[in-house]
Ligand binder design. Sequence first.
Ligand SMILES: Nc1ncnc2c1ncn2[C@@H]1O[C@H](COP(=O)(O)OP(=O)(O)OP(=O)(O)O)[C@@H](O)[C@H]1O
Ligand SMILES: [Mg+2]
Length: 456
Amino acid sequence: MSIRQLSETVINQIAAGEVIERPASAAKELVENALDAGATRIEIATAGGGKALLRVTDNGSGMTPEDLALAVKRHCTSKISADLTDIRTLGFRGEALPSIGSVAKLSVSSRTRGAGEGYRIELHGGKLKEPQPAPVNPGTIVEVRDLFFATPARLKFLKSERAESGAITEVVKRMSLAFPAVRFVLSGSDRSTLELPATGDDRLARIAQVLGKDFRPNAIEIDAAREDVGLTGYVGVPTFNRGNSGHLYAFVNGRPVQDKLLMGAIRAAYAETVPKGRYPMAVLWFSLDPGLVDVNVHPAKADVRFRDPGLVRGLIVGAIREALTRNGDRASSTGADAMLRAFRPGTSPQGAGATPGRFGAGNRDVRPSNVNWTAERSPSRPQGFGETPQAVFSGQRTLLKRRGRAVRCLPASVHRPPVPRALNRARKMCVWIIRWGPPAHRFTKTISSPSREPAL
Ligand SMILES: Nc1ncnc2c1ncn2[C@@H]1O[C@H](COP(=O)(O)OP(=O)(O)OP(=O)(O)O)[C@@H](O)[C@H]1O
Ligand SMILES: [Mg+2]
């Protein structure tokens, strides 16, 4: 078999295989470019989960027509010259735009500040068109249509439209945590709009926008340093934990990373305080000399290598443990509050004026709010613990499998205990929640009994 040089398009498609795995990877690259260009406002629009359309508009530095022509060429970058040990930007490889343009229909329209007019360049499946004048505001608009039309095999590996658009949301949230001074808007026909106004230096305000306002009262500030590595950020109290690791965020010199070392160290710091199978919440920023960390180790730049991993791990574990010790007696303000409110006469678990509903489930269980709720007439009237509607009404003994455990539904008369016993059980649950965190769905369900509900 003779050896031959591959064409530029095939080389770019091979690179795209690594760099652009799914629409969310393209979104990440385009948002990174906007941030590197110094944008303070970034708007992302999607359709069809990012497969049909992905448009990123920024108010950054923009590009001249000459730069536009180079931007879509492989290995052309304005971000580094020769020194790979001093990378201060999110991008540096000069391969994102040509890679995207080799597998999709890419158009980049840009205008520099002060320039009379803007220009647009197009790259469709590797075929380049010369820059043409275009009416655009200062900044850049990058539009990606029909992602993977040139490599249809990749389309088969994509998830549902909903899952892909969710992955783009996650990318935008992650980037927005790293850059609180930038305003992000994510919209499109496949989603509800996410608007994150700039919060300036107030990182906690941005975290609250992204992770929910519950984070603020449950956050502990971290501010530590060891040798040349600085660590700042916020971690949640141990009882404010979650069922997956999706709320662990780490940024190294402003770059969002999902590094195993960092995530493992955060979990190790909570090892004795967060139960197995639960995950703490944390948003941490590391600042260190760019020479002490290698960011060129992962095709999507999601991973890094520290020159001294032991130091970084020790810093994380030490700083978080010290912060937890400092705030030793604090428990989550969520589950316990709701539970206590539920047993306060005349109040609903969601607070005054709220529509009674299930604990921790928003207001999905909508019921009339004009009832004077008391402990005896609980507003939280979900179906019983592991029981089907049929089991409730027939009162028959049924064995149900739930979460891998056999749950016995007792006859209605046994299942509905007298009030003192129910209160006693609730008291035990309060203690359990204060020790172990917000209530899991199944535990809150046993508080009330269907038989004592008002007829609605
Ligand atoms: N939104 C933008 N605003 C201004 N310049 C941009 C923008 N997007 C891209 N560029 C320019 O185009 C160049 C090429 O972008 P591309 O994303 O392909 O490579 P990169 O960002 O340099 O490196 P990487 O491949 O690691 O992302 C950039 O170096 C930058 O100069
Ligand atoms: Mg880039």
